[in-house]
Structure formats: C-alpha cells, structure tokens
Design a protein around this ligand. Structure first.
Ligand SMILES: [Fe+2]
Length: 234
C-alpha cells in the first residue's frame, strides 16, 4: 500500500553540491544542530557580560546576569544531550550567532549609554533568544522523531528557559525602558537617582577617616547613632 504521508520530491538541478561529510539523515542533522548551538551558547557566555556591563537599568542588568548563569548551565546540559546520544560534545562555529553577537556590539557602539542603549540591548538580546528558540524547537522535535526521549526532554527544558528569558525582556521593554528611551527628559530626571560606584567608595573612605578622627569605641558609636535616630539624644 502506498504511504500517504510520503512527499513528492522534484529532481534537483544545479543546486549546492554537498560536502563529503554532509548529513545523510535526521540523526546527522540533529548532531550538526547540536554542535552549532553548543558553539552559540559558549560564545554567549563570553558576550553576555559585556551586555550586562553596558546595561544601566538595574532590572535589565539583573535579567541579563540571570540569563548568563542559565546559559552556563545550558552548556553543561548540552553536554548531557551529546552524552545521551553517545556523541562527543563538539562545537562547530555558528555563523548566525557570531553575526547576532557582532550586531549587539554594533548596537552598543551606536547608542548613547542610558535608556536608549538599554532598549537596543534588549532588541539585540531578543534576536539572540529568537534564534535559540527556533534552534531548540527544531532540535527537540528531531530528537523526538528519532525516539531520543532523554535528549528531547533536556532540549525542551532549555527551550522553555529561552522562551521565559525572551518574555522577561519583552516585559522590561514594554513596562519602562522603551518609554524612557522615547522620553529623554525623563531620563535626565532619573540621572539624579544614579548611584555612582565611585561615590560609594568615597563615602566608605570618608567613614573610615571619621572613625580615625574620633577615637571612640564602635559600640559607643552604634549606641549614639541609635539614640540619635530614635530622637532620644539630648
Ligand atoms: Fe541559551
């Protein structure tokens, strides 16, 4: 009986010539894709810290830092996927991720630091997330088709993390950052709230100097401060 699900395929003419090591079946294609995303995740562990450094909104920096830790963990879990398939974990350069990381660097160079760069960082990070969502979605489906349930379930877990990261970035953009990037005045007002790391260091230094000026026991100082703040000081 004829398989009703089979695809009609036209004879290829003047198309790309396959390399000698080209994928011959779905399993080969799965391994190729895993090598690609393994490279991509490793590259991201190096690129994300720069995005964290450039982000000025604390909740954006926090979300990116959180995703950096998640990404490091994904690298380890991809190694488990390779292991479950009895394959050596090998990274193959992912030109798409290389391009997306380059684009993120350009976006940061092309924006003034502040809300506008923050909005640009979100845009770049979401392009990365969407690439990853497409990749993991496909790889999980390949693994399922091949009956590789362990691999499929890890890939689906990672896919869920990428979707959550993308959603978190959308929320940050839509809740505050895009509006702030659209309203430079608002950003100027916000500059008053910026905590300068150097100022904090100076304050700490000042405190130390004050301690040296008064040769007072620390406990006495604490008691004094407590009394003073409670309004009991006379
Ligand atoms: Fe990832």
């Amino acid at each position: 009986m004829k398989n009703t699900k089979s695809t009609t395929r036209k004879k290829s003419e003047s198309t790309i010539t396959a390399k000698p090591d080209a994928a011959m079946n779905l399993r080969d294609l799965l391994i190729d894709g895993l090598q690609d995303i393994y490279w991509a995740e490793k590259a991201l562990t190096k690129a994300l810290p720069n995005m964290v450094k450039n982000a000025t909104a604390s909740d954006l920096a926090y979300a990116l830092k959180n995703h950096l830790e998640e990404t490091k963990n994904q690298v380890t879990r991809l190694e488990e996927v390779f292991q479950s398939l009895n394959e050596k974990a090998t990274a193959k350069k992912c030109v798409a991720m290389e391009g997306l990381i380059n684009e993120a660097d350009h976006i940061m160079e092309d924006t003034m630091q502040g809300a506008v760069r923050d909005a640009g960082i979100i845009a770049a990070a979401q392009k990365v997330e969407h690439y990853e969502i497409a990749s993991y979605g496909t790889l999980a489906t390949f693994a399922k088709t091949l009956g590789e349930e362990d691999a499929a379930s890890i890939l689906e877990e990672i896919l869920a993390e990428e979707k959550a990261a993308d959603e978190a970035l959308s929320q940050l953009a839509e809740a505050t950052i895009n509006d702030e990037a659209n309203d430079p005045d608002e950003e100027e007002d916000e500059e008053d709230n910026v905590i300068d790391d150097d100022d904090e260091d100076e304050d700490e230094l000042d405190e130390e100097e004050t301690d040296n000026d008064y040769d007072t026991d620390d406990e006495e100082v604490d008691e004094y401060v407590e009394m003073y703040t409670k309004g009991k000081h006379r």
